[in-house]
Design a protein around this ligand. Structure first.
Ligand code: BGC
Length: 766
């Protein structure tokens, strides 16, 4: 096949992947505790019967309410029986299961309209839903119904950022009128949010019941009836702040063409709002359920620098439910300003019955939240008091103690990343005023001796696998580029490591994430890929439940078993820096701890299956879609380390994923995929990452965008500590061979990269 045809075919595949089609499935009860079992491996696609994934769908249906939460709630819900419903809003029929682009998958789901009808509700507004554009409610206010539901939906996806316009981040006039009308005229009214991310709800923030369903993949529609009837109790909490658009004014550099200056520094999300005195409409960590909890009898102990917290949680409401206990620390403001508070630990309770009480154990280490000092390239805990707050939202905590440090303590000594680089601006640096009374609470005094000083040996040497010594240069070069040599896969969505190096028997089959296993069989139309769409990552994070995410990882891996996919190209853990990022739905949170812990849990679940691996992406600061291939995220090293690297570090240290995917963007003037300081010094030396590092998807010759910076290329990737360009093309192969001939790339370089590829192939083909 000619290069041009191959490239056209690749483009074709990408387009087809964007189209989804339906599958049928049957539902059945499944036990919550069960580890997912793969029916069989390597099933031929035409043998897969409708309904094979019914256990997965049932599992999600039983648990997805954990992703959902009430922003506002009165006592009118739940109701006892299915009834008549005035159902309105674009999302009622055009329900959205998840975003578009590589974070999408082809999978069937019921719309809210269909699912409510399945549950026995009678929709009284079929006529209105049939019309493309229905008139304002005020003029047609005669519809009688027991309850009213308005589904507000918003979508976004890869390749395009969201906009501050009516119909996207802002509500349209028609939406506002209809929602306010329903709220006024119907005693039992719920506004249901079927959105990819934040919408400015300020015009409707007084609506009595607002349910954030988010986008729940295959079960998005099915969950609503159960919630309305009280069969499922929402127990999610916001993992990203929801507030009005004016409140985001500090993060104003976004969507720029060449350089995006992260001037807000470490003040992202609640770290920003809490520090500048903004009271968000709905704060980070907040969420209401059908019941209420009392958090009491909090006791603190410590073992050296590990702080242990015991909390009693009592259900003081009328419904069984779950609560999320959150611990925040307000750091000492000595030496340098720091955000007002950071989440340092969280835990979800099991289901608690009304009047029952349980005890929960939480823990954290203060050194994990130290300030990074660029001048000395070290993490420092400045002397002073560190206030410990316990509660169930960033805005609803009580002080239960504090840690006292009598001197500055250095906890880690590192090397600067791209030393000498200057962003050209000073980070936002608000003065933080802590007015808290910390007198009659427990004090934990820590000294230098309680901390272990971590020093890193920057002595990583790429291992060369002796099996490769006999392989010729041109074949080693093949191994350093993705599937360009074999694109004739039955399933689209699958990418491969090179298949036709005769000395190497195996290869790796990879597929996206993060919405599930993104496979579509378009080459052979008679057979289908049946994969389960899981909730978007933002909704998964709202569970605050790492055990549940581990089970969802297990579910994904059992589908990987069926299709013999070794590597899942997920989870994605870029920070929600700005609510406008088109891919935020694929990412978890504005907080690195949540992002890292959620990713780690999914990875553990996936990797609990033999020969299955996960890939964390996109390392790092891939926070906008505008000009994503050659946009430079420009930030201080403190911001980079405390916010944009932290989640990746947590995920890697907690779960050792099989692979990392670098991002498209540049970071401080160098492509992340070509940045040796990042990939060798940080990822290999500091984090001790053992797996494969791959580039984000690109092919030289495509994506030629004008602008200040070039896009990533094979030469930079091989020289920069990355191991493989995915998926690459014949053009990249010939560039690599040219560079080899010009002696700009050596056999040693190829051996280093291909050894990692080869060893990952072996690790996933045991
Ligand atoms: C996306 C990645 C994805 C890859 C493969 C890229 O365009 O940025 O997240 O894994 O495509 O589909």
């Amino acid at each position: 096949m000619k290069n041009r045809d191959r490239l056209l075919l690749k483009t074709g595949i990408i387009i087809v992947l964007l189209l989804s089609y339906n599958i049928d499935y049957v539902t059945e009860k499944v036990s919550y505790e069960k580890k997912f079992v793969s029916p069989s491996t390597k099933i031929e696609l035409h043998e897969i019967k409708d309904g094979y994934n019914k256990n997965h769908l049932n599992f999600l249906k039983e648990t997805a309410a954990e992703c959902t939460l009430f922003l506002n709630k009165n006592e009118e819900f739940p109701i006892n029986n299915p009834c008549s419903v005035l159902l309105l809003g674009y999302g009622a029929r055009k329900t959205i299961k998840g975003g578009t682009g590589s974070g999408d998958i082809a999978s069937k789901f019921s719309t809210f309209e269909e699912a409510l009808e399945n549950d026995g509700f009678k929709i009284t507004t079929k006529n209105w839903l049939d019309k493309k554009k229905y008139p304002l409610l005020k003029e047609h206010n005669t519809v009688k119904a027991d309850i009213a539901i308005y589904v507000l939906s918003r979508n976004s996806g890869q390749g395009r950022d969201r906009e501050i316009s009516k119909g996207d981040v802002l509500l349209t006039d028609e939406e506002i009128n209809d929602i306010l009308f329903l709220n006024k005229n119907y005693k039992k009214f719920i506004l249901v949010l079927n959105t990819c991310g934040v919408v400015d709800l300020s015009p409707v923030s007084k609506v009595a019941n607002i349910l954030l369903i988010s986008q729940l993949g295959s079960v998005v529609g099915d969950i609503l009836g159960d919630i309305i009837l009280g069969k499922s109790n929402p127990s999610g909490k916001l993992a990203t702040t929801w507030t009005k658009i004016e409140d985001y004014k500090f993060i104003h550099e976004f969507g720029d063409n060449d350089d995006t200056n992260y001037k807000e520094g470490v003040y992202v999300g609640y770290r920003l709002f809490n520090s500048v005195g903004v009271k968000p409409l709905y704060p980070f960590g907040f969420g209401k359920s059908f019941t209420l909890f009392d958090i009491s009898k909090v006791s603190l102990t410590n073992e050296k620098d590990e702080i242990n917290i015991k909390v009693k949680v009592k259900n003081i409401g009328k419904f069984p439910g779950k609560e999320v206990i959150q611990i925040y620390v307000s750091p000492s403001q000595n030496n340098e300003n720091k955000p007002y508070q950071s989440l340092v630990s969280f835990k979800k309770t099991p289901n608690i019955n009304p009047s029952d009480e349980i005890e929960l154990d939480l823990a954290f280490k203060l050194k994990n939240f130290a300030r990074y000092d660029t001048k000395t390239a070290s993490y420092i805990l400045d002397k002073g008091n560190y206030i410990i707050r316990v509660g169930n939202s960033s805005e609803d905590t009580k002080i239960y103690g504090y840690i006292e440090l009598d001197e500055d303590i250095t906890t880690e000594i590192l090397k600067n990343i791209n030393s000498g680089y200057s962003t050209g601006f000073k980070d936002f640096n608000p003065k933080i005023i802590l007015k808290d009374e910390i007198k009659n609470v427990q004090k934990i005094k820590l000294t230098k001796n309680d901390f272990e000083l971590k020093k890193v040996d920057y002595n990583y040497e790429a291992h060369i696998n002796k099996d490769l010594l006999k392989i010729k240069d041109s074949d080693l070069a093949y191994l350093c580029i993705g599937d360009f040599s074999d694109i004739n896969e039955k399933l689209s969505g699958v990418s491969l490591t090179a298949k036709n190096v005769k000395e190497i028997k195996n290869y790796i089959r990879m597929a996206d994430g993060p919405a599930g296993l993104r496979l579509t069989n378009f080459l052979d139309k008679s057979s289908k890929a049946y994969t389960t769409a899981i909730p978007i990552a933002t909704a998964l994070a709202q569970t605050f439940n790492t055990d549940l995410l581990e089970k969802i990882g297990d579910l994904i891996a059992s589908e990987m078993d069926i299709y013999n996919i070794q590597l899942w190209l997920a989870p994605a853990l870029n920070i929600h820096r700005n609510i406008l990022c088109g891919r935020n739905f694929e990412y978890f949170s504005e907080d690195p701890l949540i992002s890292g812990k959620m990713a780690a849990a999914l990875i553990r679940g996936v990797q609990s299956h033999k020969n299955r691996g996960a890939t964390i992406k996109h390392l790092t600061a891939n926070n906008q879609e505008t000009k994503k291939f050659n946009n430079n995220s420009n930030m201080s090293e403190r911001t980079l380390r405390e916010i944009y690297l932290k989640g990746f570090q947590i995920a890697i240290e907690d779960s050792q994923p099989s692979a990392i995917m670098t991002s498209y963007n540049l970071l401080n003037g160098i492509h992340t995929s070509e940045n040796k300081d990042l990939l060798i010094n940080v990822v290999r030396n500091e984090w001790n990452f053992k797996g494969l590092i791959m580039s984000d998807w690109s092919i030289s010759g495509l994506n030629e965008h004008g602008g200040k910076y070039r896009k990533q290329n094979i030469f930079g990737i091989i020289k920069g500590g990355n191991n493989i360009m995915m998926p690459g093309s014949d053009i990249d192969y010939s560039i690599l061979i040219d560079k080899l001939n010009e002696k700009l790339i050596t056999r040693e370089d190829l051996l280093q990269c291909s050894s990692k590829v080869y060893e990952t192939i072996n690790a996933l083909n045991k």
